[in-house]
Design a protein around this ligand. Structure first.
Ligand SMILES: *Cc1c(COP(=O)(O)O)cnc(C)c1O
Length: 408
């Protein structure tokens, strides 16, 4: 038997079925008309933002990193809840604009921005978080051609990253950002060239559960930003301090101690050097905002036994849930939180392997998991599916196509 990860709080059961947003999963599937189905919960999104607002000092704004979940209805729901939106492509820009978000609230990071993407962003008035000298120079040229001063910040490649971060994105050689020692010269160059100077972006990592590591990274980010502002000789209109707060996926994972992070930030923010007097501060979060708000529902298509092992074969799989299958940035495969959604709360009486419908042994949703007895037609729920699910999985692989998505 292998344990499954912890089911996030806030999910209820009605008549022995998992309920999301007050509706039974079978009713949600009937509404959507098919499985597999991603269900995103408004009340979870609201609750998470409220927790963050309560814990963080008012001085620190909250940005949503759209790549975690770019479903249009989710972006639209986040629009009044957060301060800014971080995008990583012109596709995400188009979605934010379709969701009615004012481009002044949007910043665009990501290596390899094409000229047409820079042009769309500059024309719309989006802030570019420049990833290199070359990109900055292309942006200035495009701005001159459009007769519009680009709004430009510089993404810094810091010499440190968050300890224990699930995905290292700072420290040493990286495709992201400009090495810290070259930032002052580039900043002065873009300011002198007439760009609208927007400050710095320093992102140090992702999926961290350790509050102390997050606090230390934020402290290092503020120190580095203060030193860079001094070296640039201009204050920072804005500082995007990164984020990196993770969510528990696996057995033994515990949630980030958010009040502790908030208290440490409040202490620090009350004692900032004068160079930050006019600086707008924000953190950017993807997974932490939306991850626990999503549930992936897939139907059992077959129940079979091989060499004494029971398999529940579903109509979903790694083409929608690459991360849960263990093939997206994990070294050792462990079980995501999952359950038989149509027998929610029933006692676990058997050990099953829950697999997807793809013809590859990689397509596993839960290994050797203790579950109530499930039959063909039952629904399986995979939790923590709100971030890096639908759009971070190879939906075209084997031709089953994308899952449905709804916000409830
Ligand atoms: C991916 C990414 C994020 C979001 O990371 P999460 O772990 O989902 O919070 C934020 N900022 C940048 C620059 C990113 O690339």
């Amino acid at each position: 038997m292998k344990p499954v990860g912890p089911i996030p709080s806030g999910y209820a059961s009605i008549d022995g079925e998992l309920a999301i947003g007050g509706q039974r999963v079978s009713a949600l599937v009937a509404d959507a008309g098919r499985t597999p189905l991603f269900v995103y919960s408004r009340s979870h999104l609201d609750a998470r933002v409220a927790e963050l607002r309560a814990a963080l000092p008012a001085r620190i704004g909250l940005n949503y990193a759209v790549k975690a979940n770019p479903h249009l209805a989710v972006i639209g729901h986040m629009a009044p809840l957060v301060d800014g939106f971080d995008i990583a492509s012109s596709g995400e820009l188009a979605l934010c604009i379709a969701a009615g978000i004012d481009p002044v609230r949007i910043s665009f990071a990501g290596p390899g921005k094409r000229d047409d993407e820079l042009e769309a962003a500059i024309a719309a008035g989006v802030t570019l978080n420049c990833e290199s000298e070359g990109e900055a120079s292309r942006a200035l040229t495009i701005g001159a051609r459009l007769g519009k001063a680009p709004r430009m910040a510089i993404r810094v490649n810091p010499s440190f990253d968050i300890k224990g971060s699930g995905m290292k994105m700072g420290g040493g050689a990286k495709p992201f950002g400009v090495d810290a020692d070259r930032v002052p010269a580039l900043a002065r160059h873009v300011i002198d060239a007439g760009a609208e100077w927007r400050g710095l972006h320093i992102f140090t990592g992702s999926q961290t559960l350790n509050a102390d590591a997050i606090i230390e990274a934020m402290r290092n980010v503020l120190d580095l930003a203060a030193n860079l502002a001094d070296a640039i000789g201009h204050s920072l209109p804005k500082l995007n301090m990164g984020g990196g707060l993770g969510i528990p996926y696996f057995p033994g994972d515990t949630p980030v101690d958010l009040p502790r992070v908030g208290a440490a930030l409040a202490e620090r923010v009350n004692d900032l050097p004068p160079v930050f007097a006019e600086t707008e501060l924000c953190i950017e979060l993807g997974r932490y905002l939306v991850g626990e708000a999503g549930v992936y529902l897939t139907r059992v298509i077959d129940r079979k036994v091989s060499h004494g092992v029971t398999y529940l074969v579903t109509d979903g799989g790694l083409h929608h849930q690459l991360a849960a299958s263990g093939n997206f940035g994990t070294v050792v495969r462990r079980n995501y939180p999952s359950a038989i959604a149509t027998r929610y709360g029933e006692e676990a009486i058997e050990e099953v392997n829950i697999v997807g419908c793809l013809c590859t042994p990689l397509d596993r949703l839960a290994d050797a998991a203790a579950m109530p007895h499930a039959d063909v037609g039952d629904l399986v729920a995979v939790f923590c599916a709100g971030a890096y699910g639908a759009t971070a999985s190879p939906a075209a692989f084997l031709g089953h196509g994308p899952a449905a998505e709804i916000l409830v």
